[in-house]
Design a protein around this ligand. Structure first.
Ligand SMILES: Nc1ncnc2c1ncn2[C@@H]1O[C@H](COP(=O)(O)OP(=O)(O)OP(=O)(O)O)[C@@H](O)[C@H]1O
Length: 289
């Protein structure tokens, strides 16, 4: 992997035997059970799994927004007790301040840290340049497309210099074409800044294209079902997505997730729906009605 700007290499995430139990109206729900994952410094790691398996819950724990019921989480050996400037977070919804211009949005965290005006301007402009947004530094968020807003969101999350970037379905609201461009921009920024990234997505192709490793979670309570290394060379190119190696990984991941998606639907599809009545055929179903 190449790097130009990072000085020290940090950003190791260690999640050990983490469990989460939510209690609502006196009823307990096991969301995550005994999950252990690791992200090595500079690694790009994705988590995929069926809806509701606890992916966001896990990310929120690493972000420090949520405390696990059991287990430990640390970054570079330091236990996580809450949110911190060492971890940038990007969600699917663009969370920019609409009354601030693009550069002011990016500078916000730096201003809070007490950095002087000229230093924070120069930092924001460097990052906006990496994301291809320098020409828009004086625009307001509402003047930007969804993809551009999300790029500003990523730049803002990176402004305070975190070694870890946590991303929860960041491109989920974007159209397919914009999504591909965003993947390339993110890869470029990741390579330049030597970040560790933990990335959640529903999109199998996206997870393979971006990652060094993909974790597949089971249906709730979420456990780690498989850890799939992605040995494709870098830089990744659009052509690689039709290579035999890429397609073989895609096939494997799809099968793993399908099993869990069926399980997540409580067995209805195998037992009561698709499985039970399909042998009847259209005639049989009509007769049974
Ligand atoms: N604060 C909460 N209180 C109670 N239950 C919660 C809470 N947050 C999440 N859950 C439940 O925990 C489970 C895991 O939720 P989570 O959002 O982590 O799943 P997910 O894998 O990210 O889902 P999706 O892919 O649909 O976004 C779900 O059943 C959800 O309803």
């Amino acid at each position: 992997m190449m790097a130009t700007t990072a000085s020290t290499k940090g950003g190791q995430i260690d999640v050990r035997d983490v469990s989460v139990r939510f209690t609502q109206n006196g009823v307990g729900l096991d969301a995550v059970s005994g999950v252990s994952i690791d992200v090595q410094p500079g690694q790009f790691v994705s988590i995929v799994g069926p809806s509701g398996c606890g992916k966001s819950t896990l990310l929120n724990i690493v972000a420090g927004f949520l405390k696990p019921s059991g287990g430990t989480v640390s970054v570079d050996g330091a236990p996580i007790h809450g949110p911190g400037a060492d971890r940038g977070v990007v969600f699917q919804q663009y969370s920019l301040f609409p009354w601030l211009r693009v550069r002011e949005n990016v500078e916000f965290g730096l201003k809070m840290q007490g950095m002087c005006r000229s230093e924070r301007q120069s930092k924001a402009r460097t990052l906006l340049g990496l994301a291809g947004l320098l020409a828009f530094e004086n625009h307001y968020p509402e003047q930007l497309s969804g993809g551009m807003r999300q790029r500003v969101g990523i730049v803002r999350a990176l402004a305070t210099g975190p070694q870890v970037l946590l991303m929860d379905e960041p491109f989920g609201a974007l159209d397919a074409q914009t999504r591909l461009v965003m993947q390339e921009i993110l890869t470029h920024m990741w390579e330049q800044l030597q970040l560790s990234v933990l990335f959640i997505t529903h999109d199998i192709e996206e997870s393979i294209f971006l990652s060094d490793k993909v974790y597949v979670m089971t249906a709730r309570p979420g456990r780690i079902k498989a850890e799939i290394p992605i040995p494709l060379p870098r830089p990744r190119t659009a052509e690689m997505t039709s290579s035999a190696e890429f397609l073989a990984i895609h096939h494997r991941l799809k099968a793993l997730i399908r099993e869990e998606s069926l399980a997540a639907m409580g067995g209805e599809l195998q037992e009561g729906g698709l499985g039970r009545d399909w042998h009847l055929g259209p005639e049989g179903v009509r007769a049974a009605l």
